[in-house]
Design a protein around this ligand. Structure first.
Ligand code: ADP
Ligand code: MG
Length: 383
């Protein structure tokens, strides 16, 4: 009876699954801490686990791949319109816009020291452009879609000008005055320094890269070619970005979406993992599972790498915690007693359990020293 009792107590102690219980949370906790060091704030522990399976990373363009601070590069007025007038009117309308393109036109007008007239009846049409009344003229500034909407005919030569600008990776805009096309204007948004290296690292990790943007199709393609992006979805209206992500998912892909704007929020929520740019809008940050603190895109491949390592670490923990129990339960139950007279005392059993916990904790702590593909420490330094 004594032997039976001692063995029973030892078995109970060894069978305690404490190491298995902590195997996942401890790795996620250490992985999350390491991510924070790399400038990647993981809001949901689940996201760190989900990201390992991502095989497609879709990125917004403006403010994500690019700096989000476009500058006016060209103003091409049509016959009968002066460059100064066009710029004044367009900038007057854009003064009320919250879009970065608006700021670009405003900055150019300021550079030229133009006094801006008042604009009334302002209207912003998301993904299209803006219009207002300036000096008793109806002025519209935006994409070809906006001109179509207001029945403004785009002459062939203006379209050619726009195409040429778009092929040079600039975003062409049209300015219409009282229903007549007055000018083609182009803005260009510089690519972030961290973007090319981040995309290369994603490719090295075997992940396909897609761009989802509201920008002009040709502009988007020109930028995608420069950056070696695999897929392009351009001229996507703000409320269609989530549908684009849904399409990828319907094709069997596990999608991580990276974005910064208000219009990216639904796509961030729809994606398997939403990665928000920390320098972006509050709505986007709120919708993301992971936030890149300094907006540095190198955080994306780093997070994927960390996620894969964390998952591997969890599996190791579970394997060893399980193996420990499988090996020691029979010993505690007395399999070695008949042959060798060996029995595991409850005190030794307790010690053994402490060791299995320590083993799991020690293994998880290795994640703290994990090296990532792109030295993310710089990302924190710039934060
Ligand atoms: P994204 O942020 O992906 O570039 P948006 O949906 O904000 O896309 O804008 C898409 C397009 O709509 C722009 O490329 C531009 O052609 C036009 N547009 C939007 N807002 C404005 C604006 N305030 N002024 C001029 N054009 C605009
Ligand atoms: Mg954006």
């Amino acid at each position: 009876l004594t032997y039976a009792l001692v063995s029973a107590v030892s078995v109970l102690i060894i069978a305690c699954p404490c190491a298995m219980g902590i195997a996942t949370p401890i790795s996620v906790m250490v992985g999350t801490g390491r991510a924070a060091e790399l400038g990647v704030y993981v809001r949901e522990g689940d996201a760190l686990q989900a990201l390992h399976a991502a095989d497609l990373v879709a990125l917004d363009k403006t403010g994500t791949l690019t700096k989000g601070r476009p500058e006016v590069t060209d103003v091409r007025p049509r016959d009968g319109f002066g460059e100064t007038d066009v710029l004044r009117w367009a900038a007057a309308v854009e003064a009320q816009s919250e879009h970065p393109i608006g700021a670009a036109l405003g900055a150019r007008a300021e550079e030229r020291e133009l006094a801006l007239p008042d604009a009334t009846d302002f209207e912003a049409i998301p993904g299209h452009g803006v219009r207002a009344t300036v000096e008793e003229r109806d002025v519209a500034v935006g994409a070809a879609r906006l001109m179509e909407r207001h029945d403004v005919a785009i002459p062939a030569e203006a379209e050619e000008t726009a195409d040429r600008l778009a092929d040079a990776a600039k975003t062409p805009l049209y300015v219409a005055v009282d229903g007549t096309l007055a000018a083609v204007v182009a803005v260009a948004d510089p690519i972030k320094e961290s973007t090319p290296a981040a995309l290369d690292a994603l490719h090295t990790l075997g992940i396909e890269v897609a761009m989802v943007t509201g920008d002009d199709e040709r502009t988007a393609r020109a930028i995608a070619d420069q950056l070696g992006i695999d897929r392009v979805q351009a001229e996507v209206l703000p409320d269609e970005k989530a549908a684009a992500v849904d399409d990828f998912q319907a094709g069997g892909r596990t999608v991580a979406f990276v974005g910064d704007g208000i219009n990216d929020a639904p796509a961030l929520a729809q994606a398997d993992v939403g990665i928000a740019i920390g320098t972006g809008t509050d709505v986007a940050i709120e919708s993301g599972d992971i936030v890149l603190m300094a907006g540095d895109l190198r955080g994306v491949p780093n997070a994927v790498h960390l996620s894969r390592s964390t998952l591997r670490n969890i599996k190791q923990n579970l394997f060893w915690a399980f193996a420990y129990n499988v090996l020691l339960i029979p010993v505690a139950a007395g399999v070695l007693y008949p042959a060798f007279g060996l029995l595991l005392s409850p005190a030794l059993a307790a010690l053994a359990m402490v060791f299995s916990d320590l083993f799991v904790v020690g293994n998880a702590l290795r994640l703290r020293r994990l090296n990532v593909p792109l030295g993310g420490e710089q990302a924190v330094a710039t934060a």
